[in-house]
Ligand binder design. Sequence first.
Ligand code: GTP
Ligand code: MG
Length: 170
Amino acid sequence: DFDSHEYKVVLLGDSGVGKSCIVLRFVRNEFLENREPTIGASYLSKSLTVSEKEIKLQIWDTAGQERYQSLAPMYYRGSEIAIIVFDLTSYDSYFKAKEWVNELLEKGIPDLVIGFVGNKSDLEEKRVIKREEAKEYCSLHKLHYFETSAKTSENVNEMFLSLSKELTLI
Ligand code: GTP
Ligand code: MG
């Protein structure tokens, strides 16, 4: 069944945390400073090989601005992977990310693989969220924790690969 090799991925999180930059780094290996906020949502896809299987990720990059919040369920419903992103230098964005976790856990989407991602790891000197704290939160809620930098590309491919691998295990 060909369809079983296509998976829907949704990115959620506050505006400015770097969701679009993460997707662009992953799909096109590009990074642009000073990006415009996403309007509504944008779609990109990428094929990759996971556990010797060819899979295609259909990636929905949602807009983090408050006014688009009500659209989110359209994108996370039917997704196999949710990537909830916060900015390691912003406590507010971490709080917002936890709200997304609560919403997804409340909706009880079966078998959803949830990645909890602290982005902008290149700004280590400005970090306000401790790795240990985020990790502990994640183990409590069975989330997969990653720290990434769309700017340097650190851990971006690894994050998508690792979450995709989780799926092929289900
Ligand atoms: P919305 O579309 O409004 O939800 O925002 P977003 O989460 O898509 O943020 P976006 O990807 O547009 O990134 C916002 C800004 O953060 C970019 O203009 C980049 O300059 C910066 N940025 C993104 N990722 C990184 C990173 O890993 N490190 C650093 N230093 N800056 C980053
Ligand atoms: Mg965006």
